[in-house]
Design a protein around this ligand. Structure first.
Ligand SMILES: [Zn+2]
Length: 559
């Protein structure tokens, strides 16, 4: 007897040493998004944050999922992580229904501010207001803003980022008066008397923004914390940052070292910074630091502007501005040179291209570079919004990844038709399904902070082709709608592929990262109108629960 119990004791200690501490999440409806579209009811997570088969699972903890739906964590395919966090330090003006509400938000901030402190905000959009105030050249004017903030300078970015609304104090600090002119593509909006009305378009924003004090280290840390919390709340476990500065990357690294990086970050180098570019070309890519939490192996370039401001570079003139076809924002030869440099040094290239001309030029660069040799380099076009029909099959043929944002279609399609006309819209705008049918791997995202980071709104756009207000019935160009499973893949496995990371994440399979989320409804079967309101009940990244909702319907029992 005594001998036996000793043996059992030895066995037990051997058992605990070898099995460590697996956790089973059971009694769920798990869409794995693997090749076979498997559905299972439980997941086993090892203490190294990887998934295991249930057969080899040795759990010492069980979590009951109460029958809720589980999918892989979302991979945001294109956003701006620090921009998202910094926007949360400032006023969020996207919720202001009109100019009076915007001014009231500023007034409240002025009450809290130190004398002379800058009041910053983002997200206003005059076309979305429920009342139209006095307008000059399509924009509001700053009289009421001056009244509530005579001494604190105010700088408020448009939702698109392409204009700013400022008060007279800010204009004064910048030295803008009747005589100030802007070089290049910018405009100080003025009334008939020549007075600046407070709106600065495109490059004119820099006249004031250069006086806005840079954030301190602690403010930047706070911004990143807020961004990471925001991602966990909506189920994003990986984030592809479309243009990180050297100091952004240093901040990500320090968060990684301190164990605070709760989303995997795929940071693209800002290609416009030549010193940073040269530095990274010399040292080579950083891949999978911290167990796949930080990778720097992509270079972001910008070929053209946006459609709203008619900066997107088109093959034919804009339908609503004769003789104007937009412009490249960097010389084509420079884009080609940097693409070659990146290719030689083992980096991916991701180029922002919105207009059909910009997309064609970038495809030509990639085509010449690959020269039929290498379809596996996974170069990307960010946005790929408006394409000449002849260029659509080239994505599949060249293996170029279209990294698009479903939510941009839903926000912009109602007015994009004015810029492009019906023919170009129907044959080449937001061509998700045609691109997939060409063999391309479509990546989805939001471009946060240009759009809210909410993945469910972008997913809704992909499956309905409607605005968030549910217009028009049946959707714009409905043949381009995606089925639900395909749409979900554009937010999980496809962006993982777009970052060379599909071997360890994007679907829920043994050996892959335990990055998954629990939802309050089934995205594959729920009524379409109920998709945008989806709530995340729990977010697990690298095997750790990084967010849990306090919804009464879901209180997992730990056994
Ligand atoms: Zn972007």
């Amino acid at each position: 007897m005594r001998l036996k119990s000793i043996c059992l004791g030895l066995l037990a200690s051997a058992f605990t040493m070898s099995s460590a501490a697996d956790t089973v999440f059971e009694n769920g409806v798990v869409y794995t998004l693997d090749e076979a579209s498997s559905r299972v009811s439980a997941l086993c997570v090892s203490d190294t944050g990887r998934l295991k088969t249930l057969e080899t699972c040795e759990p010492n903890k069980k979590i009951d999922l109460s029958g809720q739906v589980v999918i892989p964590g979302f991979v945001e395919g294109h956003g701006h992580l620090m921009g998202y966090g910094e926007a949360q330090l400032n006023l969020n003006l996207a919720t202001a229904q009109n100019l009076d509400e915007l001014v009231a938000q500023v007034a409240a901030a002025v009450d809290q501010a130190e004398p002379g402190e800058w009041i910053l905000g983002r997200g206003w959009h005059q076309s979305k207001w429920n009342e139209t105030p006095k307008m000059v050249k399509g924009f509001q004017t700053n009289e009421t803003l001056n009244r509530v903030s005579p001494d604190n300078p105010v700088f408020l970015k448009h939702a698109s980022g392409h204009a700013a609304f400022v008060n007279d104090r800010a204009l004064e600090i910048a030295g803008i008066d009747e005589k100030t002119r802007v070089a290049g593509d910018g405009e100080i909006i003025r009334d008939t008397t020549g007075r600046a009305t407070g709106v600065l378009n495109e490059r004119a924003q820099n006249l004031v923004s250069r006086f806005v004090p840079a954030l301190s280290r602690s403010q930047r840390e706070r911004a990143l914390e807020l961004a990471l919390d925001g991602l966990a709340n909506v189920g994003i476990t990986s984030f592809q940052d479309a243009g990180a500065s050297q100091s952004d990357i240093r901040l990500f690294q320090s968060f990684l070292e301190e164990g605070r990086l709760t989303a995997r970050v795929y940071a693209m180098i800002t290609g416009g910074d030549s010193d940073m570019l040269a530095d990274w070309m010399e040292r080579g890519p950083l891949i999978d630091a911290g167990n796949g939490k930080l990778t720097v192996r992509s270079i972001k370039l910008v070929a053209d502007g946006a459609l709203g401001s008619r900066g997107a570079w088109l093959l034919e003139p804009y339908s609503d501005r004769a003789g104007h076809s937009g412009l490249p924002t960097m010389p084509v030869a420079d884009m080609a040179d940097i693409s070659h440099l990146a290719y030689r040094n083992g980096f991916q290239v991701a180029i922002h291209a919105i207009g059909d001309r910009a997309n064609k030029e970038v495809l030509d660069i990639f085509d010449a570079l690959f020269d039929g040799r290498d379809r596996g380099v996974r170069f990307r076009i960010e946005h790929a919004q408006h394409l000449h029909p002849d260029d659509i099959p080239r994505f599949g043929q060249l293996g170029v990844i279209p990294s698009m944002q479903g939510i941009h279609m839903s926000s912009d399609r109602p007015w994009a038709i004015d810029r492009l006309g019906a023919d170009r819209i129907r044959s080449g705008a937001y061509m998700w399904k045609s691109l997939i049918e060409s063999g391309a791997v479509l990546v989805n995202g939001t471009d946060v902070p240009v759009e809210p980071v909410n993945p469910f709104a972008s997913y809704y756009a992909l499956v309905t082709r409607m605005t968030l207000a549910g217009y028009p019935e049946g959707g714009y160009e409905p043949s381009e709608r995606l089925n639900r499973e395909t749409a979900l893949k554009t937010y999980t496995v496809n962006p993982a592929f777009g970052a060379f990371e599909e071997a360890f994440k994007g679907s829920l399979e043994p050996g892959k990262a335990a990055d998954f989320i629990v939802l309050d409804r089934d995205l594959l079967t729920v009524a379409v109108a109920d998709i945008p309101g989806t709530k995340v009940l729990m977010t697990v990244m690298d095997g750790s629960i990084i967010y849990k909702s306090d919804a009464a319907m879901f209180q997992p029992q730990v056994k």
